[in-house]
Design a protein around this ligand. Structure first.
Ligand code: ADP
Ligand code: ASP
Ligand code: MG
Length: 813
């Protein structure tokens, strides 16, 4: 004999019921079959809603009733194109009774737990009737049996306790001569005084387990809408996958802590008899599903699953009067027991100064009132404080029988949550170590589950969620490079890099699952209006793990918002130099926030585009080397200008050409004044641990006073023509000395300067071509021959690859 239970979705439509019938047909060819069914999906909620409306004197309960009626009749008419009279009559009868009950509730304005149970029981009665009658019409050897005649409970309505002695006898005697298929409604039962009761929401699983245990069958099958018990809630974590084997204990822990696929009490009746529970998918009957038995067969897996309970309130009883006094907790939990409040989670500090416990949010006010009253005397003496209630919390639990023999699991759990800026309000771990639970804010649940799932079940891949502001030249190249490298990174570095958000000063677009990079431009074309704050808010609200904000603008307002990102533990990758070359206090603040919130702040492209200059310097410093001096040519634009300028080509035309070819800023004064180079050497000095401001850098400009005081770009160009003789003089002097003109930045002994220099032949800077940059580090370990980094120091492609390298670096942390 087999017991099969089909859930709400499985019987949720005529098509689905046909799938159920096909499964029953196949199973009943091998064995006699007992089939327990839920109400059609969503009907229990609708019945409760109708009841509430009626109770509140809201006539729209009748609309709700009509919806319920239509759903059932539609199902019948689709199942049986010519419904036979008996089936229509029985269903009509039941619906009439339901309507009368709702009218009654409306009239008396009351919906007691007792009436509520009577009301919801219609759901399972209707579904079981329709299925049994349909099968009968199709010629099956089938019988409908009302579980209320078999399952006897106490009078604790909505969550009745089963009297197993009577129930087991009833079941055993009824199934002495079973039909090939018996269909029963799940969830419903009757009290000893013959009032309808129910076994609690989701209780059809339990009905099936009670019958399976009473009859000591070989196997209990729970047929649902997913392929087993998953590693975590598949609705919240896409990467979750079914667990092949679980022990009874593990299944109980996971279901108690929120894995809705199995109603928690279901395990108990079958556990003692060692009856396996097989969770199967009605919509994919060939999928293996999950087998729950006494012994877990997957010994090597430590954490088997992660579950969550939402709507939790955390209550804290605190006070010096609790220390060392026995009986405090006894009193506390007695109060809760008397109020019939279920405690999900308890933790007590070893100082005994406080007890903290989690309960369902809906019980919170009642619990507070009862406890404050019970401890009235102690509160009046200030021995304890009135109870503190915190709401909108969730419990996240890691479950696994073998966790006890492995160290470091809780460490991994908490560091993963911490890295993702998820604040842990309370922690509990039973001595059996089958479960480690943490209370977190409800808004963080999805992120927490995803981050923990990644940590414990996808140890191989890490998802990076990237948000890019600035989709100009460099931004576009970055998107292209990510698109090209995605599969390589996934395969070789186990990094799943996704671009979730894109923006510029006008538009922004988000796709929480990742933007399709083949199609981003057209998506962006139709994007919403953007703002810097709006983009930030969206990143925060999405609350994704491993989030990275990439600034590819040169906008000061964007640089000013890094602080907020870091405080949310969102990593920042900055192309713009604005933040790092702003006031030292701001630079330092960002570094400190990065440390405090465990959010990397990287800006390799601030100096030398994609060249590994900052990284090299950081490595020298971190490994204990001492920097003696830094000499560098850091401006591609100035390099271009002085490589092209000569006695044959005037300075004005050379600068014009540099601008035309895209080597200078729109305002060439920013490059020619040396301010850009000064910012770069400032950043290098700071990375070397020096407290320095931009004003501390000596900047002896090669421009004339006139050039520097020009009011506009056009004005500036005019002054260049006027001062041609000045520039020719610079050139002639260098030529006479057999030197090349280079714009050099230098750092030595805590001081920095920038300026034009005559570089003699043989010097590493002498032959520097085009837009190349070069940096020479003289250090204690490189005293004579400096460590040199040289290569293209400007250009969209190399800058984008520098940004990309920063992103990958964050992923590899
Ligand atoms: P039924 O109506 O068949 O009893 P339920 O809705 O009660 O089905 O339970 C199945 C649902 O449980 C799944 O659709 C899924 O959304 C949810 N669920 C939550 N956690 C888990 C988990 N760890 N594994 C599988 N399903 C889960
Ligand atoms: N129909 C009931 C509910 O929705 C019982 C069940 O489906 O298991 O809770
Ligand atoms: Mg269920």
């Amino acid at each position: 004999m087999k017991v099969l239970k089909f859930g709400g979705t499985s019987v949720g439509s005529s098509q689905n019921i046909n799938k159920v019938i096909a499964i029953l047909k196949e199973k009943s060819q091998e064995d006699t079959v007992i089939c327990v069914v839920s109400a059609i999906g969503g009907i229990t909620d609708k019945l409760l809603k109708a009841g509430q409306l009626a109770k509140n004197k809201d006539k729209s309960y009748l609309n709700e009733f009509e919806i319920i009626k239509d759903i059932h009749f539609k199902t019948i008419s689709e199942l049986l194109p010519k419904p036979s009279k008996p089936i229509t009559t029985v269903v009509e009868d039941k619906l009439n009774q339901l309507k009368e009950l709702l009218n009654g509730i409306y009239l008396i304005n009351e919906l007691s737990p007792k009436t509520s149970d009577k009301l919801v029981s219609f759901g399972e009665h209707l579904s079981s009737t329709i299925i049994a009658k349909t099968m009968k019409t199709q010629g099956f050897d089938v019988e409908l049996k009302n579980s209320q005649d078999l399952i006897v409970t106490d009078g604790n309505f909505t969550r009745a306790q089963v009297n197993f002695e009577v129930t087991n006898n009833n079941i055993k005697s009824y199934f002495k001569t079973p039909k090939q298929i018996t269909v029963l409604p799940g969830f419903v039962s009757k009290s000893t005084s013959r009032e309808p009761t129910t076994l609690g929401r989701g209780g059809s699983d339990f009905t099936a387990a009670i019958i399976a245990a009473a009859l000591k069958v070989d196997q209990l099958e729970i047929w649902t809408d997913v392929s087993g018990m998953y590693t975590t809630n598949p609705k919240l974590v896409k990467q979750a996958f079914p667990i092949d084997n679980l022990s009874y204990q593990e299944a109980m822990e996971l279901s108690h802590f929120g894995a809705k696929v199995l109603y928690p009490p279901t395990v108990q009746p079958v556990l003692d008899l060692d009856i396996p529970i097989h969770i199967k998918n009605t919509f994919d009957p060939n999928a293996i599903g999950t087998v729950i038995t006494k012994q877990d067969n997957e010994k090597n897996l430590t954490v088997k699953g992660i579950s969550n309970i939402n709507d939790v309130a955390l209550l804290t009883l605190e006070g010096s009067g609790m220390i060392g006094i026995p009986g405090f907790s006894k009193r506390l939990f007695e109060v809760l027991a008397n109020e019939k409040i279920n405690v999900i989670f308890i933790t007590q500090a070893s100082s005994e100064h406080s007890i903290c416990f989690g309960i369902d949010k809906s019980d919170a006010e009642r619990a507070k009132k009862a406890i404050d009253t019970a401890f009235d005397y102690e509160i009046s003496l200030h021995k304890i404080n009135p109870i503190v209630v915190e709401k909108d919390l969730s419990i996240i639990a890691l479950v696994g029988d073998n966790m006890k023999s492995h160290q470091g699991i809780s460490g991994k759990m908490f560091s993963t949550l911490g890295k993702n800026n998820i604040n842990i309000r309370a922690i509990a771990q039973g001595a059996s170590e089958k479960n480690i639970s943490a209370v977190v804010s409800e808004k963080d649940v999805k992120k927490a589950l995803n981050a923990l799932h990644e940590r414990f079940f996808e140890s191989n891949t890490k998802q990076l969620n990237v948000f890019i502001t600035g989709v100009g030249n460099v931004g576009e190249k970055l998107i292209d490079q990510i698109k090209q490298q995605r599969s390589y990174l996934k395969k070789n570095l186990k990094l799943d890099v996704r671009i979730i958000g894109l923006s510029n000063s006008r538009k922004m677009v988000f796709k929480p699952e990742g933007i399709d990079l083949n199609n981003w431009a057209s998506l962006f074309h139709h994007a919403d209006k953007s703002s810097i704050e709006g983009f930030y808010q969206k990143v925060v609200n999405l609350n994704l793990r491993n989030s990275i904000f990439v600034d590819v603008t040169a906008n000061e307002d964007v640089a000013n918002i890094y602080e907020k990102y870091l405080k949310q533990s969102v990593a920042v990758v900055a192309c713009s130099k604005i933040a790092c070359s702003s006031a030292f206090a701001n630079y330092k603040k960002l570094q400190n926030l990065s440390l405090k919130y465990n959010a990397p702040f990287l800006y390799e492209t601030n100096v030398g585009a994609g060249l590994p200059i900052i990284n090299t310097l950081n490595n020298l410093v971190a490994s204990g080397d001492k920097v003696i001096s830094i000499q560098a040519v850091l401006s591609g634009s100035l390099n271009f200008v002085f490589n092209n300028f000569s006695d044959k080509k005037n300075f004005h035309d050379t600068v014009k050409q540099a601008q035309f070819e895209g080597y200078t800023e729109p305002d060439p004064r920013i490059d020619l004044s040396g301010i850009d180079v000064a910012r770069k050497i400032l950043i290098l000095a700071r990375e070397n641990g020096i407290k320095m401001e931009i004003e501390d850098i000596e900047n002896k400009s090669f421009l004339t006073k006139q050039n520097l005081e020009s009011n506009s770009v056009d004005d500036f160009y005019d002054t260049l023509i006027a001062d041609e003789a000045h520039f020719q003089k610079l050139y002639a002097s260098a030529k006479a000395n057999h030197c090349q003109l280079k714009y050099v930045a230098e750092y030595k002994n805590g001081k920095a300067k920038v300026g034009l220099q005559e570089i003699p032949e043989g010097h590493p800077f002498y032959n520097l071509k085009g837009k190349d940059n070069i940096v020479m580090f003289h250090t204690q370990r490189y005293p004579e021959q400096p460590l040199i980094v040289k290569g293209a120091g400007a250009g969209a492609d190399v800058t984008a690859s520098g940004l990309f390298a920063d992103i990958i670096k964050i992923g590899s942390k």
